[in-house]
Structure formats: structure tokens, C-alpha cells
Design a protein around this ligand. Structure first.
Ligand code: ZN
Length: 201
């Protein structure tokens, strides 16, 4: 058992381990309101304010029309809106807000959510999809999950090679993986409604 005494107020700290005991005393000595504070020193109160989340919700994005390949236009939606990020690159989970809630999904699941909640109801309302590209109406509001797997994920080029989807996956992976860490945390913070703490005398 280690015992240490605060040199300022004589409070006693005990712990089985010396390092732990020292840590207790250190945190006591580093208090914002020192233990030997006299009446002339104002007491410091911490104020915590929860800021309203202000990252765009996936259900309401700003979609700009610009002629470009479809994959590039989709990446552009993310650049313009900053509505999703991978806070932890090694986990490869995309974090985003949808219907007011923060959600996290592996990239492929996220693309599916994105297709049904952004591409169909928002994106294709502004940019008409070349129906021939997918061989069927992948932009239809009645698209089923099975049809999504078949025609979007399983999309093939006229030569029968893997088409649109691997390109989209690669581009989005690139977009999320190369985002600066500070940017990732900033976007994530805006989704949660950043906890801001400051001290007030
Ligand atoms: Zn003390």
C-alpha cells in the first residue's frame, strides 16, 4: 500500500500501487478548482453544450447536375454534401445520418442503402439514367432487393465483363480511404452534434 499526502491541503491518497497513488494525487493537484483555493479565487464551472447535428441527412441531399460518368457523379454527391465518412479506416464502416439517426454499415451495405434512399428517390429525379446502361430500370421506385443485386451489383458491360459496380466500389473506397483524418473526425462530429465544453469563471 502506498500513501501520499497532498502538500497543499494534506488530503491523503492510498493505493495498492505506487503509480496509481501518484496518479490520484496528480489529478487532485491538477484540478481546475485547486484544493487550496481561497475565497478570492472564483470557482470555475464547466459548461457543456450539445450542438445540434448539422451534417446533411442522407434523406435530404443537395444533388447537382453535371455531365460526367455516373460513378464520378456519385462521388461528387459525397464531395458536395460531406454526408458520410469512415471514422476508422481499418473498420471500413461508413458512418452517416439517415432519418435523423447516425448509422454505420460496411461499404457494400452502405451503397445499397444509398441506392434505395438517395439514387432512386433523389439522384435519378434530377439526372435521367440511361436505361440501356442497366438493361432495366434500376432507377425505379419499385426496384426490389433481388433486382438490385442482379442489375446494379451484377451489372455487366455489353461484353459481359463486370461493369458499373466494381468501379463504384473502387471510387468510393478511394474517396473514403484517402480522406484526411481531421476531415473524417470533423464530419463525424457534425453528425453527432459535437460536444463542446468550455470553462467559465
Ligand atoms: Zn490538496
Amino acid at each position: 500500500m502506498t500513501t501520499l499526502t497532498c502538500p497543499k491541503c494534506s488530503k491523503i491518497f492510498k493505493d495498492k500501487y505506487e503509480s496509481q497513488c501518484k496518479a490520484k494525487l496528480d489529478s487532485h493537484l491538477n484540478r481546475k478548482n485547486p484544493c487550496d483555493r481561497n475565497d478570492d479565487t472564483p470557482f470555475i464551472r464547466e459548461k457543456t453544450v450539445v450542438v445540434k447535428p448539422n451534417a446533411p441527412d442522407l434523406s435530404q441531399l443537395n444533388i447537382d447536375i453535371e455531365k460526367a460518368p455516373l460513378v464520378d457523379m456519385i462521388v461528387r454527391v459525397f464531395e458536395d454534401n460531406e454526408c458520410a465518412c469512415m471514422p476508422n479506416i481499418s473498420k471500413q464502416h461508413v458512418v452517416y445520418r439517415l432519418d435523423g439517426k447516425v448509422r454505420s454499415e460496411p461499404l457494400t451495405d452502405f451503397i445499397k442503402t444509398f441506392w434505395f434512399r438517395v439514387m432512386i428517390p433523389q439522384f435519378f429525379k434530377k439526372i435521367e439514367l440511361k436505361i440501356t446502361m442497366f438493361g432495366m430500370n434500376a432507377a425505379s421506385e419499385t426496384l426490389t432487393l433481388l433486382e438490385y443485386e442482379l442489375y446494379v451489383v451484377g451489372h455487366k458491360t455489353p461484353e459481359g465483363k463486370p461493369g458499373f459496380y466494381p468501379k463504384l466500389l473502387k471510387s468510393l473506397r478511394g474517396y473514403f480511404n484517402t480522406m484526411e483524418k481531421s476531415k473524417r473526425l470533423e464530419i463525424k462530429g457534425r453528425m453527432d452534434g459535437v460536444l463542446q465544453t468550455w470553462t467559465q469563471a
